[in-house]
Design a protein around this ligand. Sequence first.
Ligand SMILES: Cc1cc2nc3c(=O)[nH]c(=O)nc-3n(C[C@H](O)[C@H](O)[C@H](O)COP(=O)(O)OP(=O)(O)OC[C@H]3O[C@@H](n4cnc5c(N)ncnc54)[C@H](O)[C@@H]3O)c2cc1C
Length: 486
Amino acid sequence: MGRPDVQIVWFKRDLRVHDHASLTAAVSTGSPVLPLYVLEPSLIAHPHTSPRHIELALDGITDLRESLAALGAPLVVRVGEVVDVLEGLFEQVAIDTVHSHEEFGTVATWERDHAVATWCRTRGVRYREHRQSGAMRGLTSRDAWSQQRMRLFNQPLHRRPAAIRPTEVAPGPIPELRDLGLTAETMDYRQQGGENRGREVMRSWLKERVSGYERHLSSPVSGWEGCSRLSVHLTLGTVSAREVHARVQARKGEPASPKFSLKAFEERIAWRDHFAQKLEDAPHIERSALHPAFDALRPAKPNPEALDAFTQGRTGYPMVDAVLRSLAATGWTTFRMRSMVTSFASYDLWLPWQETGRVLARWFTDYDPGIHWPQIQMQSGITGMNALRIYDPVKQQIDHDPTGEFVRKWVPELRDVPDSLLATPWLVATGERHGYPDPIVDHAAAVSQAKRRIGAVRAQIRGDGSTKALLERHGSRRPPPARRRR
Ligand SMILES: Cc1cc2nc3c(=O)[nH]c(=O)nc-3n(C[C@H](O)[C@H](O)[C@H](O)COP(=O)(O)OP(=O)(O)OC[C@H]3O[C@@H](n4cnc5c(N)ncnc54)[C@H](O)[C@@H]3O)c2cc1C
């Protein structure tokens, strides 16, 4: 074997050829490039992973293989643990560098990346992690965070390479779900993955759909088209957040652009990184509370009856059940509806947030640990630094599904219930509810008990400086928004 020159580009949550820092760096060396994706059994078996996530990844790698093949080097796909796959490739080609993106994921992906770095060191291979997120490793202060983030976002986008010098390594087959020991879930609809699809969603969003975004942010009905639906693409990196940001700036500069909607959207793209930074700075929050005083608040083991009602969408609150059933069947809902079901699980059902987070992570096609775990903690009242956000499911239904279109679709048992009672079907005779259950808890009573329990922990930590320290470490430096009604 000659002098090591092969550049491996190890694709993870960056399944694209546009604005790809690792690919740009590898191609710029002029050496042969080996684009690699590894389907890792340990991550496939992870409790937060579901078959729908793997299907989306398979969409992404199928699309990426074609795009890379057109540039000269098709994606090499392997099934195995990454270090074992790298060791196998090391026997075949002279590896100079492994490039990957800096991932802000779970403890499992962090440990995996660490193992790759160690393997590279022992094999004398260089390991370069390239930034694609506004979150940062080793951040010491949040003070200039936004400015530091903008420095990355304002750099020019990486152009798709014109051509890639390939290696002799065979691309290998792209497995199907069943080859990985998985069975496809029964879903009514699943968003399609892949860079081409992602770019089309980005185009249609900014050209045709973004106007009026702020009006659709909460509704599970109008949010379906009225939100960007870019989350699966941002999560798998089939679009680059930097490119989204750049296109938003360009759109803002067009005559008569919907500036307010674009600004609201741009803020949310920044929130992604703000939350990912929290997970990076406190990786334990995937498992334990940001503020340790809240760790023992809820029982470690869920009440099986309550968990069952939650996972089956049979809590007796129509809006909660409709959202839960729609999530199981489609993998997506709006921010407010995600907040409402988390609030219901954490306050009304008093379920351990880790369990709710796991159920929702498996349902969300856009599961992104950097957003998910900080949000789950925030909506469960255990950060020690955020105001309690408790949602009233009856009010949410009246506000966001006033005609009952959404609830009737997902809770067809309530088809005969008149509009005026659809949010409170327990007031209707049992026979007219076609088996739909009574509420599993009394919302007002459950919430008042939850507030008492949380208030007791808050009283213990009041004035001990812990909240101030958490705000200093993780808090946004922007002034808080005006208080809204829940
Ligand atoms: C309990 C809970 C868990 C969540 N888990 C996830 C998750 O696993 N993956 C995920 O992508 N989003 C998550 N969200 C945030 C939000 O609900 C989704 O990003 C959004 O609904 C996705 O749809 P969209 O792409 O059409 O969003 P848009 O409203 O069009 O927003 C554009 C993008 O901005 C980012 N974004 C939007 N809202 C937020 C927010 N509140 N915090 C951080 N980033 C945001 C997302 O990347 C989103 O794709 C969670 C919210 C809650 C309350």
